[in-house]
Design a protein around this ligand. Structure first.
Ligand SMILES: NC(=O)C1=CN([C@@H]2O[C@H](COP(=O)(O)OP(=O)(O)OC[C@H]3O[C@@H](n4cnc5c(N)ncnc54)[C@H](OP(=O)(O)O)[C@@H]3O)[C@@H](O)[C@H]2O)[C@@H](O)CC1
Ligand SMILES: Nc1ncnc2c1ncn2[C@@H]1O[C@H](COP(=O)(O)OP(=O)(O)O)[C@@H](O)[C@H]1O
Ligand SMILES: [K+]
Length: 545
């Protein structure tokens, strides 16, 4: 799925208005009604039982179209009978967008209607019983012009943030900034419409010092904004839900973008089906160069994951101390033993040693001893076959930058953020780090998988794929080694490095999700990601689970 910029979405919005055709105010109505559906029916919605309990919905609307969305949400929910709704318009300027202004009038009409109904039923009740009965529905409209107008917020309130959307063009200031701090400080659940107010859709500088809503949920129109895919911004977006508002699909499909979000459909299309008559020679021969004393677990995890991802043959090169461990843990793998006991010292005696392998993975639990560093150097120089480089392989490279010349083109590097920083340096914010990652992939002609809650893959052509599969249960030692095994296996089987990166990260995350579902995030360990690979494959091939 393509990720479009806020500007491209705005163009899609204009195109839809002109070509569907639909008026902009009706498009706003459609967008808001989709949000209302989510609020009323989605299992994640904190509003859930508002119909029966006395939660109050407090909608904070700005003066642009995002504010307009908030006003329509209020009206539609009131029309559906929701009991307690308070709308606050933030008067940060003297200019409303036309659709926002029109929706204030529409909301005022509904309020008047409800008031009339209330008076009528009170009159009836007074005539019949001599006592007024309280009306069920409260809908009110208020204006915030300064700090003194801020309403009290209870922990049980549900707050809708419709202050600013994608039209934000400068950091928020003055009492609106104070309002955002005030809302963030409350204990209420916050739902942001389209984008948390204060967050820019792409590049966010100086984020620590800016006023930005910290939402529990964000209902975003049509697709993820780029900023939502940076882990550092999760604190603002909370869980992101895509709300489809009927923008022109063809127009959006034609927009140029080098940014993609990986979906199950994408992976399904890339996965090969094993021919009925296949033999093990059809699925490659992987070499893993891994392990050192005390870190043989990393080696075992990568080897098991490699086999469980379908490679035909696997050879693992380990130090002597790893021989029994490896043969016992995974008898399916062949083992080549280094002449050194505790760490690897020489990988290939001759350059032809490597010819029989179809992919090489190196780095898990390797250590950085002098001989190992030399062996890694020799390995880089002995082959032009793209390889997977992880962990200490990356750290060694970071300390020997001139060796970049020997890294085979189209290799896959899998740094976590700290390893990324060692390799490529620091960037001031996640957007700039992403730009740096793209630039490095192009310059070094390698695939970089920057691992995190959302994993970011960049290609030598400058494309980016984001993988959002996975969960915090995978934040446990060894998860990265499992990924290295999976990637090496896919490369060995003949998947292109780009396919291996996409399938590998998605599979790893899906398997982690299945493990967490069954075992809990707390109790799962890296080895469980391997155990659930079979389920993950079945779900990708046949939609099971
Ligand atoms: N795209 C779609 O498909 C659809 C989009 N829809 C909705 O529209 C939203 C975008 O609406 P929008 O363009 O009116 O922008 P919004 O964020 O409400 O800002 C309003 C104005 O605020 C101003 N302003 C900016 N920054 C400021 C600041 N820091 N402090 C003070 N003022 C500031 C600035 O005015 P200016 O400063 O330029 O005069 C700006 O024009 C979008 O997020 C979605 O919710 C749906 O309704 C329908 C389908
Ligand atoms: N919160 C999270 N959500 C999703 N995936 C995660 C999360 N935390 C870690 N992961 C995944 O787990 C793996 C951890 O890799 P790494 O940091 O190299 O671990 P290790 O060095 O222990 O093997 C990465 O693939 C990462 O994407
Ligand atoms: K918003």
């Amino acid at each position: 799925m393509k990720i479009l910029t806020a500007e491209q979405i705005r163009q899609a919005d204009q195109y839809t208005i002109q070509n569907e055709p639909i008026s902009s105010i009706d498009l706003m109505e459609r967008a808001a009604s989709q949000c209302v559906d989510w609020l009323l029916y989605d299992e994640d919605s904190p509003l859930g039982y508002c119909f029966s309990f006395d939660k109050t919905l407090k909608i904070f609307s700005g003066m642009g179209n995002n504010g307009g969305d908030g006003l329509v949400i209020a009206r539609l929910l009131a029309e559906k009978g929701l009991s307690n709704i308070q709308v606050f318009i933030i008067n940060y300027s003297d200019k409303y967008s036309p659709d926002c202004e029109e929706n204030i009038k529409r909301l005022e009409k509904v309020i008047q209607k409800l008031e009339k109904k209330k008076n009528k039923s009170n009159k009836k009740a007074t005539l019949a019983t001599r006592e007024p009965i309280p009306t069920q529905q409260h809908l009110s409209l208020h204006y915030i012009k300064s700090v003194s107008d801020f309403p009290e917020i209870q922990a049980s309130d549900v707050v809708i943030d419709a202050i600013f959307g994608s039209g934000l063009n400068k950091p928020i200031k003055d009492f609106t900034a104070q309002l955002i701090a005030y809302l963030n400080h409350s204990k209420a659940q916050i739902i942001a419409i389209d984008i948390p107010s204060g967050l820019f859709a792409e590049n966010n500088e100086d984020i620590e010092h800016r006023a930005i809503i910290k939402a529990n949920h964000t209902l975003t129109f049509e697709g993820y904004k780029l900023a939502f895919l940076y882990d550092q911004n999760y604190v603002f977006t909370g869980k992101v839900h895509i709300v489809h508002i009927g923008l022109d699909k063809n127009f959006m499909g034609q927009q140029a973008s080098d940014l993609f979000l990986l979906t199950k459909q994408d992976i399904y299309k890339k996965l090969k089906v094993r021919p009925k008559t296949a033999h093990k020679g059809n699925f490659g021969h992987a070499l893993l160069v891994v392990g050192s004393e005390g870190k043989m677990g990393a080696a075992v995890l990568s080897a098991k994951a490699c086999m469980r991802t379908g490679v035909g043959l696997l050879t693992v090169h380990v130090p002597k101390c790893g021989y029994n461990i490896m043969q016992t843990a995974i008898p399916e793998a062949m083992v080549v033993v280094d002449k050194k006991k505790k760490s690897i010292s020489k990988i290939c005696r001759e350059s032809t040693d490597l010819e029989k392998y179809t992919a090489i993975g190196v780095g898990c639990g390797l250590g950085k001893g002098e001989k190992t560093v030399q062996a890694f150097h020799d390995l880089l120089k002995s082959t032009s076959m793209p390889m997977v480089i992880d962990a200490d392989g990356l750290n060694i490279l970071a300390e020997n930058l001139s060796w970049w010349d020997f890294v085979p083109k189209h290799s896959i590097l899998t740094p976590h953020p700290k390893e990324f920083e060692r390799l490529f340096g620091r960037a001031n914010n996640p957007y700039l780090r992403h730009q740096l990652q793209i630039a490095m992939s192009i310059q070094r002609q390698v695939f970089i998988i920057l691992k995190g809650a959302t994993t970011c893959i960049t290609t030598p052509e400058g494309k980016t794929y984001f993988n959002t599969q996975g969960n915090a249960g995978m934040a446990t030692g060894g998860s990265g080694d499992v990924l290295t095994g999976i990637l090496t296996s896919l490369l060995a089987q003949g998947y292109t490095p780009e396919e291996a990166c996409c399938i590998g990260t998605y599979l790893h995350g899906t398997s982690g999700n299945m493990a967490a579902k069954r075992l809990s995030q707390e109790a799962m360990i890296a080895g469980d990601i391997i155990k659930y690979l079979s389920k993950a494959f079945r779900s990708l091939h046949y939609g099971e689970g």
